[in-house]
Design a protein around this ligand. Structure first.
Ligand code: SAH
Ligand code: SF4
Ligand code: F3S
Length: 445
C-alpha cells in the first residue's frame, strides 16, 4: 500500500442549497448539487454547518426577489464568524441584478445566472466572481454526468429553457433568455438514466414546455406530443407529466397524446392569467377567452377525466371591475381542479412596468374574491375523488407506522395504510376521505 492510499480521505465539504421559485429552479439546484458533488461537496440540510451556501433565486414577483436580501441579511453573522464560508447566488435574481448583488451585499462571493451554472465549479475554485452570460455552450452538456446514485421515484427533467413569448408582466424572457429546446437523444438518455436510478415518474419542464420542438434522432424536427410518446416507451417509467404550458402551443398531436398515451397523467396546468379579452390583449397573451374555452373543450373531448389547473393575475394595469367579473366567469365556466392566483407585481424592465397600477386595496379585494371561488372548486374537485380508484406512487413513509404517502394521478397527496409497501411502489388506491390538503385511501383489492 502506498502512502497516498493510506492517507485519510479529506473530509467532504458541505453544501447547503436553498431553492426559491419554480420547478425549473428545483431541477437546476439538483444539477448544481451534482456538479458540486464532483468537486467534493456533499449536501447538508443544515445551513449553520455548511462550507458553502447557495441561494437559487426567483425574480418573478417583487416579494420573491426581496426574500434573497432578507436571507442574505440573516447570513451576515454566520459569514462574520466563519469568513471562509462561501456564499453564492444563482438563478433569476442573479441574472437580473448581476454584480449589483455583490455591491449591496459584499458577503456574496459568487453570482451565477441560470444559463451559466455549469461554470459554477470553476468559479468556486477561483473563489469570487460574477457570471451572468448566456454562453453559447449548452449548460446541460457541460455539467458532469451525475453519479449513479439512487433517486426519489418522481423526478423533474428540463427539456426546454427560456421564453420568447414576452407577456407584458413577465421577467422570464429576460432572466432565462431565448427559448431553446434540448435535442431528443439527450432527453431520452437523461430519462433512461433517471429510470435506471429508480425514477418512475418524470415531469418534463420548460417555461413553455408544450412549445418544445427539438431535433429528432435523424435530424428531423419533432413536436412535443411525439417526444412524450417516445419517452413513454421507456420500460420501467410509469408516469409522465409536463409543466408549464401556454394555450397557444397545445398542438393537435399533444392533445391526441392525452387521449392515447396511458402513461401521460390526466392533469394539465394551462395558465390563462385573465378572463377578459381586453386584459389578455394588454398582457400580450395572444389569445382570446373564446379560444381558451374552445381549447379546453377539445382537451376534455380527448381525455374526459382530465383535471385542469391554471394561473391568474389580478390587478393588472387597466383591469376594471368588469374585467374582474369576466375572470370569475371564466373560472366558473372551466371549473379548475386547483389554481394559483397572484396580485400583479410591477417588474422593472417589463413592458407593463410603467403602466398606472390598480389601487392596492381594490386588487386585494379582487384577489380574495377569486381565491374564494378557486378554493371552492378545489374542494369540490378533491371531494369528487372520494369513492374513485386512482393510481398512487408512494414517495415516502407517513407519520404513522405502516402508513405511506404518495401522489395520485391528479397530484393530490394521498395517505394509505400499506405496511408491506415501499417507496417507489405504484399501487391502486380507493379514495375514502378528503382532508383540506390531502386525501386518504385504502389499497384496492
Ligand atoms: N411560463 C408560465 C408561467 C411562468 S411564471 C406561463 O406562461 O404560464 C408563473 C406565474 O407567475 C405566471 O403564470 C403568472 O400567473 C405569475 N406571474 C408572472 N409574472 C408576474 C407578475 N409580474 N406579477 C404577478 N404574477 C406574475
Ligand atoms: Fe412569462 Fe409569458 Fe413566457 Fe410564461 S409565456 S414565461 S408568463 S413571458
Ligand atoms: Fe422564478 Fe426564474 Fe422560475 S423568475 S418562476 S425562478 S424561471
Amino acid at each position: 500500500m502506498s502512502d497516498q492510499d493510506s492517507a485519510p480521505a479529506p473530509a467532504a465539504k458541505k453544501l447547503f442549497i436553498k431553492t426559491y421559485g419554480c420547478q425549473m429552479n428545483v431541477y437546476d439546484s439538483q444539477r448544481m448539487a451534482e456538479a458540486m458533488g464532483a468537486e467534493g461537496y456533499v449536501l447538508t440540510e443544515n445551513q449553520s454547518d455548511a462550507d458553502m451556501v447557495l441561494l437559487n433565486t426567483c425574480h418573478i414577483r417583487e416579494k420573491a426577489a426581496e426574500k434573497l436580501y432578507s436571507d442574505l441579511g440573516r447570513l451576515k453573522p454566520l459569514k462574520a464568524e466563519r469568513p471562509d464560508l462561501k456564499i453564492g447566488v444563482a438563478g433569476c435574481v442573479a441574472q437580473a441584478e448581476g454584480g449589483e448583488i455583490q455591491r449591496r451585499m459584499p458577503i456574496v462571493d459568487l453570482v451565477v445566472g441560470p444559463q451559466a451554472y455549469h461554470r459554477l465549479p470553476a468559479m468556486v475554485r477561483a473563489g469570487r466572481g460574477v457570471d451572468t452570460e448566456f454562453p453559447a455552450e449548452d449548460k446541460f452538456e457541460h455539467l458532469p454526468k451525475p453519479a449513479a446514485t439512487r433517486r426519489a421515484p418522481a423526478a423533474f427533467l428540463t427539456v426546454q429553457e427560456g421564453c420568447d413569448k414576452f407577456c407584458a408582466f413577465c421577467v422570464v424572457p429576460y432572466t432565462r433568455g431565448a427559448e431553446v429546446s434540448r435535442p431528443v437523444a439527450r432527453i431520452l438518455a437523461e430519462a433512461r438514466d433517471l429510470v435506471g436510478r429508480g425514477v418512475r415518474e418524470i415531469t418534463l419542464l420548460g417555461q413553455n414546455v408544450n412549445g418544445w420542438h427539438g431535433e429528432g434522432p435523424e435530424g428531423a424536427e419533432w413536436g412535443f406530443g411525439r417526444l412524450i410518446r417516445a419517452i413513454a416507451e421507456i420500460d420501467g417509467l410509469d408516469r409522465i407529466r409536463y409543466t408549464t404550458s401556454h394555450p397557444n402551443d397545445m398542438a393537435d398531436d399533444l392533445i391526441a397524446a392525452h387521449r392515447d398515451e396511458p402513461k401521460l397523467m390526466p392533469y394539465l396546468h394551462l395558465p390563462v392569467q385573465s378572463g377578459s379579452d381586453r386584459i389578455l390583449k394588454a398582457m400580450n397573451r395572444r389569445h382570446t377567452v373564446a379560444q381558451y374555452l374552445r381549447l379546453i373543450e377539445r382537451i376534455r373531448e380527448a381525455r374526459p377525466d382530465i383535471m385542469l389547473t391554471s394561473d391568474f393575475i389580478v390587478g393588472f394595469p387597466g383591469e376594471t371591475d368588469r374585467d374582474h367579473q369576466d375572470t370569475l366567469d371564466l373560472v366558473r365556466a372551466v371549473n379548475f381542479g386547483t389554481a394559483f392566483s397572484f396580485k400583479y407585481s410591477p417588474r422593472p424592465g417589463t413592458p407593463a412596468y410603467e403602466r398606472p397600477e390598480v389601487e392596492g386595496a381594490v386588487a386585494d379585494a379582487r384577489l380574495q374574491e377569486l381565491q374564494a371561488l378557486l378554493s371552492s372548486q378545489q374542494k369540490a374537485a378533491q371531494q369528487g375523488m372520494v369513492g374513485r380508484e386512482l393510481g398512487v406512487l408512494f414517495e415516502k413513509p407517513g407519520r404513522n407506522p405502516g402508513q405511506m404517502v404518495g401522489k395520485s394521478d391528479y397530484l393530490h397527496a394521498v395517505f394509505v395504510e400499506a405496511p408491506q409497501a415501499k417507496v417507489g411502489d405504484l399501487v391502486r388506491v380507493r379514495i375514502t376521505h378528503s382532508a383540506p390538503n390531502s386525501l386518504a385511501g385504502v389499497l384496492a383489492a
